[in-house]
Design a protein around this ligand. Structure first.
Ligand SMILES: [Zn+2]
Length: 124
């Protein structure tokens, strides 16, 4: 029998199963057309995302902020230079996301397909 001191170990079903939302989505095609990133998914969903919107929605910690010890998220001030909205290239990551490289060198944002679909459904 293992002795864990006074710590309480809670084991529930969810801990053993890490579910990645969006894993079931497959990106068929992605291309920059004009000022938009056009995406098509295997389920038939097509998304056209304006590059400035995409950049402003960058999900990385530097752009969106990180929660502090109390869980408060302080949104950092992000300055976007003239090249910030140029999409230089993008790579697929892990089969569930794309990672764009922007004209100002920013490339830490990983956009999950589910996130991209959510962005595409936002009212313009
Ligand atoms: Zn970012």
């Amino acid at each position: 029998m293992a002795i864990f001191g006074n710590a309480t170990y809670r084991v529930d079903g969810e801990l053993g199963c890490v579910h990645f939302p969006g894993m079931s989505l497959t990106l068929v095609n992605a291309a920059v057309i004009g000022n938009e990133l056009a995406l098509s998914f295997a389920d038939g969903f097509e998304a056209y995302l304006a590059l400035p919107l995409l950049r402003r929605a960058c999900p990385c910690a530097a752009c969106q902020g990180e929660p502090d010890a109390l869980g408060r998220v302080v949104r950092p001030k992000v300055e976007h230079g003239p090249k910030a909205f140029e999409l230089v290239k993008f790579e697929q990551v892990g089969g569930y996301a794309i990672q764009p490289t922007w004209g100002d060198g920013h490339a830490t944002g990983i956009y999950a397909y589910t996130y991209l679909q959510k962005l595409a459904k936002l009212p313009v």
